[in-house]
Design a protein around this ligand. Structure first.
Ligand code: GTP
Ligand code: MG
Length: 446
């Protein structure tokens, strides 16, 4: 059975090194041109298995794996990992959670673990920035397993200090984790790979652990699915010279130019036609910045592409895409079901908003756990209409809007002083929203 590449998502607290890690994975690939060139997708980066063999040579010798490579998703900055859903879970088959060794566990770290556990996404932790440990000997691109043996007693002691503090904190939160080379049963412990995203230390170990995880936990999910395409919408984007386009990750099947596709919107699914499938041109072939894409006839999973369609009216980030195939009604039902959010509403409660369907559900889930009732939900920025709506109903502690990954539109910001009885909380960390609301509510009730 041919397999597709596992889709890998990189997540973690702000500034802990997610982007640097992805850049390093791409960068080493550009330098080490020898085998398996990295392919830049729309919204993703493909690391072929030949490249992984080359990077990991010191660790694996001539060992081979039955997998075409890894597809890393470059989640758009303003979007959270939670918004990328597929098949009722996460779009990602695997994840890397990045933690800065000098900062340790932060709110977003715990939030990420809790989401990964809920979606049952296998993941590893990359403890990053080991190069900043005092007296650390930096050897570029060296496997951590080798690099660690070259450290002075002082550097080793300082590393152990910080590293075991993180393991201890994880344990306090109910998670068993250890250094990846000290784990016997990977079903019981979370594997931690120490790395320096900046210098490539530990990158071989990290890539190898991901391949290992995929082989252990994903055999069935990675069977290549034939048939009409299934995908997830990353974002709708205005592209110079092209007009409105939509970036999607196709995770199953094949998409052809001219296919009828069904896309998730806030209302009824949108049925439209694919006018063009665009892939980024290799960097050295771009002569004119307006001409950055190649148009192709068809693509197969897993891949990230940009689409031009007859219409993109109302299409939502994080929503599903289905090619109609021979069964358009079934495809439409699927899109309809996947666009539905599963949120229980009460007659009296708060109003929640988020950037996409998945993040809306994540926020609703945490509200539920904290016993905060929800009266209404929607995706998108907070508008003046939302303020009017939320200030008009219910108990005073429910005259509240919570915005997860969304702020206020300019007119809403201007109008806010006219609604003194309304409280607006916005953050890109769900925990913080819940915490701040709870504190405020207790104060109000006093
Ligand atoms: P957000 O996208 O803002 O959440 O941040 P991020 O997680 O993508 O972090 P980013 O990669 O932008 O890194 C944040 C800062 O840490 C940058 O200044 C990086 O240069 C630095 N940094 C990242 N990794 C390393 C590392 O391994 N060593 C050192 N010394 N600095 C690092
Ligand atoms: Mg970043």
């Amino acid at each position: 059975m041919p397999t597709r590449q596992p889709i890998v998502s990189v997540l973690g607290h702000v500034d802990h090194g997610k982007t640097t890690l992805l850049d390093q994975i791409r960068g080493t690939a550009v330098v080490k041109k020898e085998a398996g060139a990295i392919t830049q997708h729309i919204g993703a980066t493909e690391v072929p298995i030949e490249h992984i063999y080359a990077v990991c040579k010191q660790m694996i010798g001539s060992k081979k794996f039955d997998m075409p490579g890894l597809l890393f998703i470059d989640t758009p900055g303003h979007q959270s990992f939670t918004s990328l859903r597929a098949r009722g879970g996460s779009l990602a088959d695997l994840a890397v959670l990045v933690i800065d060794i000098n900062e340790g566990i932060m709110p977003q770290t715990l939030e990420s673990i809790s989401i990964l556990k809920r979606f049952k996404t296998p993941f590893i932790i990359a403890v990053n920035k080991v190069d900043l440990i005092e007296d650390w000997t930096v050897n570029k691109d060296e496997p951590f397993a080798l690099n660690v043996r070259k450290q002075s007693d002082k550097a080793a002691a300082s590393f152990d200090d910080k590293f075991y503090k993180i393991i201890g904190e994880l344990y306090e939160h109910g998670y068993t984790a250890d250094r990846y080379d000290r784990i016997e049963d990977f079903t019981k412990s979370i594997a931690i790979v120490p790395i320096s995203a900046k210098n490539g230390i530990g990158l071989p170990d990290l890539l190898l652990m991901l391949i290992g995880l995929a082989q252990r936990f994903l055999e069935d999910t990675l069977e290549k699915e034939e048939g009409p395409a299934k995908g997830v919408i990353l974002e709708v984007k205005e592209e110079r010279g092209l007009g409105q386009t939509v970036d999607v990750i196709i995770y199953a099947g094949t998409l052809k130019k001219g296919d009828t596709v069904i896309l998730g919107t806030k209302g009824k699914p949108l049925v439209t036609k694919v006018k063009a499938i665009l892939k980024p041109k290799p960097l050295d072939e771009i002569r004119d910045p307006k001409d950055r894409f190649d148009s192709v006839k068809e693509v197969s999973a897993a891949i990230g592409v940009k689409l031009m369609c007859q219409s993109l009216e109302g299409v939502v980030s994080g929503g599903p895409l289905r090619a109609a195939g021979a069964n358009p009604d079934e495809a439409r039902d699927e899109v309809s079901n996947e666009t539905k959010v599963n949120i229980e509403l009460k007659d009296d409660g708060i109003y929640i908003k988020a950037d996409a369907l998945g993040s809306l559900e994540a926020l609703a889930y945490e509200c539920n756990k904290a016993g905060i009732p929800i009266r209404k939900y929607d995706t998108g920025l907070i508008s003046r209409k939302d303020l009017i709506d939320a200030s008009a109903y219910g108990e005073s502690v429910h005259r509240v809007i919570m915005g997860f990954n969304v702020g206020l539109l300019p007119d809403a910001k201007d109008a806010q002083p006219s609604y003194p009885n309304l409280k607006v909380f916005t953050s890109d960390v769900v925990y913080r929203l819940i915490e701040e609301y709870t504190e405020w509510m207790e104060e109000e009730k006093r």
